[in-house]
Design a protein around this ligand. Structure first.
Ligand SMILES: [Zn+2]
Length: 347
């Protein structure tokens, strides 16, 4: 009994001592020190809780209850003092420190367009001037549209040129190029003439490296009509190159192979970094490959609903990231999807 009364007396002393100490805590840091001392894990009131086991069964709830009251009283006193101290500190800073309204404000940083978007918009502007209409088609395609109808049947060796992301649904895939849009556009417009640009994201199942990404943008051109010749293709692409790279840029066509065009070619522009003398960007060649092109293959025309004995057309395709890389001398294609503002802020 004496022991128990002793604990109750101790609680009274603990509370009185703590409240007295709190009166002298006049700033935030001394208040925190007080809290650690009187409400922390090894505070005197906590010590009473751990000693409840020594007390008789009858007295235990009484002492426990009293200890709780003391703890709550100390917490409440702390909160009150803490609010008072903070208020006082704020009042002090308002009255003693002057507000200088002439200080410059914090600068707002502006967002900007992704370098690929900038290049895309420039291409659109040039093509629009030349009378091409933008035609968007889907990213998820069928095997038939992506391969078969553009003259790449199953088991065709050219399929190795496009490593493909296949969906779990058989025959459905992410387009490996914008060419399936050719067939969709032809089926929509035939027998009318076509002059369109097909922009969009393409996907290839490839090892990501400094030179190749699994997703990238292409812009493809397609014209179909009567009497369209290889001369039209050459003239249009030379005009495009001049509008994109400057009036004096020199271009050349090299024979190439694509399953959906016949004949096929690749177009180079004179290296705009070294002016044709040879540099690391053009790997010493003096020329930069900018697009692939050719006359639309008769089979593709037929698949689009045009009679290849009456109609002809040309197609060309370019990689937008590649154009951005050449233009800004970017050494790693992975920067485009790295989402690093230090890279993006440079454009
Ligand atoms: Zn060069």
């Amino acid at each position: 009994m004496t022991d128990d009364n002793n604990l109750l007396r101790q609680l009274e002393t603990i509370q009185a001592d703590a409240l007295k100490a709190l009166e002298t805590a006049a700033d935030e840091s001394s208040l925190q020190t007080w809290r650690t001392a009187y409400l922390g894990r090894s505070a005197p009131v906590m010590n009473i809780f751990s000693r409840l086991g020594e007390v008789s069964k009858e007295e235990r709830p009484i002492i426990g209850q009293r200890a709780n009251q003391v703890k709550q009283a100390l917490e409440a006193a702390f909160e009150t003092s803490f609010t008072t101290v903070k208020e006082a500190a704020l009042q002090h800073s308002l009255t003693t420190q002057k507000l200088d309204v002439t200080l410059p404000g914090r600068p707002q940083s502006h967002g900007r367009l992704h370098p690929v978007t900038q290049t895309l918009r420039e291409i659109y502007a040039v093509l629009a001037e030349m009378g091409f209409q933008i035609y968007r088609t889907r990213d998820v395609e069928t095997d038939e549209m992506n391969f078969e109808l553009v003259n790449i049947p199953a088991h065709h060796p050219a399929r190795d040129m496009w490593d493909t992301f296949h969906m779990t649904t058989p025959g459905v895939l992410l387009r490996t190029h914008t060419s399936p849009g050719q067939v969709r556009a032809m089926r929509q417009y035939n027998p009318d003439p076509i002059r369109i640009a097909l922009p969009g994201m393409c996907y290839r199942y490839e090892q990501i490296s400094a030179r190749s990404e699994i997703q990238f943008h292409q812009v493809e051109l397609l014209t179909v009509g009567r009497n369209i010749t290889f001369g039209d293709l050459k003239g249009t692409l030379e005009d495009f190159a001049r509008r994109m790279y400057g009036d004096n840029v020199r271009t050349r066509l090299r024979p190439s192979y694509f399953p959906f065009t016949e004949p096929s070619a690749e177009m180079d522009v004179e290296c705009f970094v070294c002016g044709g003398k040879g540099c690391p960007i053009c790997k010493g060649a003096g020329w930069l490959e900018i697009l692939g092109c050719g006359m639309v293959h008769p089979t593709v025309l037929k698949n689009g609903g045009y009679d290849p004995t009456v109609y002809s057309g040309y197609a060309a395709g370019m990689g937008v990231e590649r154009i951005s890389i050449l233009r800004h001398k970017i050494e790693d294609i992975r920067y485009f999807w790295g989402n690093d503002v230090r890279f993006l802020e440079q454009f």
